[in-house]
Design a protein. Structure first.
Length: 261
């Protein structure tokens, strides 16, 4: 939708204000590949979804890697943390109180060449299937012993690895139903302009706080998030001004405190 009347643009801008915060997450993502470097569990692909069909292991030290989580993280985003959920159970018979299965999880940001800090989960024998969480958004262990940046979460780089650690008493094996990962991140609130048409992707949550001269080129506002012209900001000499992406899942909110002309 092209809008040449600047008064009409201002009207549209004030109608489209939505409360948006800079922090975001990917939602939980499931892997679609396994066994690249570590492939010792039985039926490992059964952990791609929650369906009560299991990847299993009964020998301590045996590991399985999972990858191709399909994350979509804006370029330049700051990573706040990674959360892993492990859905599973420890079958067997209780011989003494405290019989258990322990499993460990660690992450790689370089395609499995190296891994970070291992974290342990405990499942009581015959305690039923439960989902447990490791890591998080901002906790002290949310980085898993790694230095994480946005590009670490491509399918080529990110790996989650699970290890059968300890079986005690009457525990017979660990049954893994589903493994998932979620990445928490913060997007930038600044934006830059070089020349030509200015295509603003709102997921950058960018703020204009100085004078931007479009020299007659077009301003295209799309995506989702927030585009703000601050009170000390100004966009001048704009050609056509286009606003796209008005669906509920692809909508940019525009805040105008400064000038667009």
């Amino acid at each position: 939708m092209a809008i040449k009347n600047k008064i009409m643009l201002v009207f549209v801008m004030f109608l489209l204000i939505i409360s948006i915060v800079n922090s975001a997450d990917t939602g939980f993502k499931s892997p679609s590949a396994t066994g690249e470097d570590y492939n010792l569990w039985t039926s490992p692909t059964d952990a791609f979804s929650s369906n009560d069909v299991y990847a299993t292991e009964s020998t301590a030290g045996q590991e399985q890697d999972y990858y191709n989580f399909g994350f979509s993280i804006p370029a330049g985003a700051t990573i706040n943390g990674v959360e892993i959920t492990v859905e599973g159970w420890c079958p067997g018979s209780i011989i003494i109180d405290g019989d258990k299965c322990d499993v460990k999880v660690d992450l790689s940001d370089n395609g499995g060449t190296t891994y970070g800090t291992k974290k342990t989960l405990t499942y009581n024998v015959d305690g039923g299937e439960i989902t447990q969480t490791l890591g998080g958004a901002t906790s002290g262990n949310a980085y898993w012993g790694l230095t994480l940046i946005d590009t670490d979460f491509s399918n080529a780089n990110f790996r989650a690895r699970i290890e059968m650690d300890i079986l005690t008493g009457g525990a017979t094996e660990f049954d893994l139903d589903h493994i998932q990962a979620k990445v928490y991140y913060t997007v930038s609130d600044t934006c830059t302009y070089s020349s030509g048409n200015w295509n603003v992707n709102c997921y950058d949550n960018c703020t204009v706080s100085s004078t931007v001269n479009l020299a007659g080129n077009n301003l295209n506002i799309g995506g989702y998030g927030r585009f703000t012209v601050a009170s000390n900001g100004k966009i001048t000499n704009a050609g056509n001004i286009q606003y796209t992406g008005q669906s509920a899942v692809n909508r940019c909110s525009v805040y105008k405190y400064g000038e667009i002309s």
